[in-house]
Design a protein around this ligand. Structure first.
Ligand SMILES: C[S@@+](CC[C@H](N)C(=O)[O-])C[C@H]1O[C@@H](n2cnc3c(N)ncnc32)[C@H](O)[C@@H]1O
Length: 269
């Protein structure tokens, strides 16, 4: 069973055909793959982000030079086909991590297995306003893998797009599930709704998910803004604070993954 929570104020693009909703719901319940925008989240960056300007947020450059960002080495590139990143903090050594260039991300997308029905759903959704909010196909595949590995049967997605089962504010819906005695009965939850409410969703889901179950939070890197001290808008601060608190939270094991816009996988202890 897959339970989707949805905001009462749907966007116009969310009015899709019943057939498509059903197909999406079925597909999601089996694989948790979402309808996704063809536009990927790396490529949506402006050209400036792909350069090594002052607003560089840790994506790659394609020239063979060093990148200085606030005095720290961030990005180094050997060629357009072998871009990599080294942490600015020297205590991590010279560990080189591959950096996604548009070409490399295209390659990643070409290596995603996407069921035909989800491809159709993604392509239809991609034409709608706000479609950039969809998880990317590679994220969807990772979520599907987690759900399958877990053998999850009861899932909650907080913040959905072209599939909906329940309408209402997510917090109200989650609280009603708890009042309904469903605590500890869910295997998997995915948080992808109002970013300033993520901590509240997390606390409620921690009650609803069983020990050993997973809570995955989307957008934890928030287009790189969380790592930029000069960006302090309410959503960025909220996500940054949430990430910091999660580091200290002994109730869960965590893994922050730099896929899509960043996802943190939490396993309830
Ligand atoms: C990023 S989109 C979800 C995308 C979806 N997870 C996917 O990958 O296809 C966020 C959704 O959360 C919904 N939303 C925003 N605030 C909400 C709230 N307070 N309660 C429930 N849903 C909310 C919006 O209507 C929007 O459809």
């Amino acid at each position: 069973m897959s339970l989707m929570l949805h905001h009462v104020s749907m966007l116009p693009h969310e009015a899709v055909s019943c057939k498509l909703r059903l197909a999406g719901a079925l597909a999601r319940s089996h694989s948790f793959s979402a309808s996704c925008s063809v536009t990927n989240r790396a490529i949506h960056c402006t050209p400036k982000r792909w350069s090594c300007s002052g607003s560089c947020i840790g994506v790659s450059i394609s020239s063979s030079s060093r990148c200085n960002y606030q005095g720290k080495r961030l990005v180094r590139s050997c060629s357009t086909t072998s871009d990599f990143v080294i942490a600015g903090d020297g205590s991590y050594g010279n560990k080189q991590v591959v950096s996604l260039t548009p070409r490399l991300y295209d390659y990643v997308l070409k290596n995603v297995r996407e069921p035909e029905i989800l491809r159709q759903l993604r392509e239809e959704t991609a034409s709608m306003r706000g479609s950039q909010m969809q998880v990317s196909p590679d994220q969807a595949q990772l979520l599907a893998m987690l759900v399958q590995t877990l053998g999850a049967e009861r899932c909650i997605e907080v913040g959905v797009y072209t599939v909906d089962v329940r309408l209402g504010l997510a917090v109200d819906s989650l609280e009603s599930l708890i009042l309904n005695g469903e605590s500890g009965s869910y295997d998997f939850a995915f948080i992808d709704a109002e970013k300033r409410m993520t901590e509240k969703y997390f606390e409620l889901l921690l009650q609803l998910v069983r020990v050993g179950g997973l809570i995955v939070i989307d957008n934890v890197l928030w287009h790189g803004k969380v790592a930029d001290p000069l960006v302090n808008d309410p959503k960025t601060i909220s996500i940054r604070n949430f990430n910091r608190k999660l580091m200290e939270d002994k109730r869960v094991s965590i893994s922050m993954v730099s896929i899509g816009d960043g996802m943190t996988i939490c396993r309830k202890r």
